[in-house]
Design a protein around this ligand. Structure first.
Ligand SMILES: CC(C)(COP(=O)(O)OP(=O)(O)OC[C@H]1O[C@@H](n2cnc3c(N)ncnc32)[C@H](O)[C@@H]1OP(=O)(O)O)[C@@H](O)C(=O)NCCC(=O)NCCS
Length: 204
């Protein structure tokens, strides 16, 4: 089955969305505690290329541990993207930071699934989730080595705010997106359709 995947439905909470990749289906849903090992594997796989560019403490905080993933599941809305075989191939966390501000953390897609639209599906799902909770804008922080992520966020309408913090000895750059009149879901549908048609399906 080919796409389309997500219709324009910004005003309600979408609990699970699916993306068809040739003969494979990927579904995004809220994570449960038994997803923890898969979330850790996904984070480690996605961030492995950046380990040498991160401080050890920043890498540990980013890729989590059994204890910190449990804390995150308890305090925030963690989402996972998983195949029909129940392999977790992506994850993203969102939470209401304060008032109308939503915040994203822990964005990761396994390397073999990058460029397929899984990241788009995760991001749109969590944006819808935060929008439904009354957030009018979303912030996130990222680091200089994550060039691919920065490109991805810019395509989705995130812009640098100019705020630069520190993160275990690394510079941390804030990005923000207003959730107002938003047409990106339509554009992303088209983009993802094209990507999926072209995707080489040798996934693992
Ligand atoms: C960030 C991430 C989830 C994005 O998912 P993805 O499937 O790779 O995203 P996409 O392929 O849709 O988009 C990536 C963009 O970066 C571009 N890109 C690819 N390699 C790049 C590179 N080395 N440098 C800069 N941009 C790059 C792609 O062309 C694409 O841009 P485009 O949409 O303008 O064509 C995924 O790359 C990932 O898990 N990365 C490692 C973990 C990470 O960086 N997390 C973010 C934490 S803030």
């Amino acid at each position: 089955m080919d796409l389309p995947l997500f219709a324009i439905q910004p005003q309600h909470v979408v609990m699970a969305k699916s993306l068809a990749l040739n003969n494979l289906r990927v579904t995004v849903r809220p994570a449960v505690e038994s997803d923890s090992p898969g979330i850790l594997r996904c984070l480690h796989n996605a961030f492995a290329p950046y380990e040498q560019l991160y401080s050890p403490a920043a890498f540990l905080d980013t890729t989590l541990t059994a204890a910190t993933v449990k804390e995150r599941l308890a305090a925030m809305s963690v989402f996972v993207a998983l195949t029909d075989a129940d392999q977790i191939v992506g994850t993203l966390t969102g939470f209401q930071y304060s008032g109308q501000e939503g915040h994203l953390r822990g964005m990761a897609v396994r390397s073999k699934w990058q460029g397929t639209g899984v990241a788009d599906l995760l991001l749109c799902t969590v944006e819808d989730h935060l929008r439904a909770r009354g957030c009018s804008y979303i912030t996130l922080d990222t680091t200089d080595p994550l060039k691919r992520a920065i490109q991805f966020y810019k395509r989705h309408g995130y812009e640098p705010t100019g705020k630069i913090g520190t993160y275990f000895g690394m510079a941390l750059f804030e990005y923000k997106k207003d959730l107002g009149a938003d047409t990106r879901i339509v554009r992303d549908d088209l983009a993802v359709t094209q990507r999926s048609k072209n995707a080489a399906i040798q996934r693992g």
